[in-house]
Design a binder for this molecule. Sequence first.
Ligand code: ATR
Length: 307
Amino acid sequence: MSKKNKPWLIFLLTGIFPQNSEIPSEVKTMNISSHTKIIGLFGDPVIHSLSPAMHNAAFSYQKLPYTYIPFHVTPQNLPTAISAIRALNLTGVNITVPHKEKVIPHLNHLDESAVRCGAVNTILNVNNELIGHNTDGPGFIDSLNEVNLNPRGIKAIILGAGGSARAIAAQLAHENAAEIIILNRTLEKAQQISSLLPKVTVFSLQDDYKTAITGANLVINTLSVPFKKEGEWLVDLSSTTGALFYDLRYGNMPSDFLHYAKELNNPGLDGLSMLLHQGARAFTIFTNQKPALDIMRKALVINQPPI
Ligand code: ATR
């Protein structure tokens, strides 16, 4: 028997279940439905990532039907997780450490940004074809532009030779930087990067690099350790007067490296800016829309951890 024949049932139901406009705020759910498009983040770990806060703030502000979810994916589970992008029809995912290189064999195509640095941080699912992009290098350049530093013709020093160093070196070479010098504890790792790129010279931290780095416009710190050890700066940068000291680390206090910039009277910039701009470019790849950059920036600043 239908409700039509039971007016008392309608009365009871409307009494028990509040109308939409009356739903009290404590039982309102997030606006997620089967139409919501899902963006993932695959990494190991992902617990401290600021990307969900940054992207979800912009999706919500711009009223876009997307949600951004971090997934803890171990190296062993990476192939299955990549298959799940197709199986669950995710719009795309961001890729973070330690998967940026290992993910490549699982993709259908690479955009030239990913080819350039041999790593992927953004995957777009186009009708089950997975396209790998890398927004780290272009995002880094956007952050330089924001402080009016044009990379063309500059002399840049990169401290470290991991994945971030490689992406930045490749992008700076692409942008026609005049000279790129990599300083790293393990010389062979720096040489691996210089063997792939033009205009790159390398030194180990034990070499005499002081004269070579004189006149630099930009010094980028990609090291994964604090810049001060037993009261000493890890690298002697005293011959880089006036260079912009760019630390890829971020946090709500200045890092050791930025303290060193201050000691030398050099300008400093932290890694929040690169995080923002690589995220903004990934947002556009996922949604085909320009992001509300100020909203993303606010979300990062509010959520950033102590350094
Ligand atoms: P990512 O890939 O995220 O850029 P990474 O691969 O962990 O980071 O690289 C970190 C960099 O910090 C490396 O260049 C590493 O030097 P090595 O190539 O010699 O390993 C550097 N690093 C790590 N610990 C260091 C330490 N105690 N002193 C000097 N450099 C160090």
